[in-house]
Write a protein of this length. Sequence first.
Length: 76
Amino acid sequence: METFNHNLPSLFNQLGMNSSKESIEEFVKKHHLEAHEQLADAHFWHPAQQRFLKESVAEDADWCEVIDQLDALLRK
């Protein structure tokens, strides 16, 4: 079985976003989630990005750990 070790830059690439350290830091500064809000339901995602996030979590895909990491960063 092949395993993947995804990180925040690779997630941002997958989402079609700039994956530089500075861009990720800026994104985290500008975007926040409410306590009840699911990451994939946030208003700042495009439909394709929302679909990717929802499907990855629903399928318990290799991306789940880094998606959870981004979720936690957006709740600080």
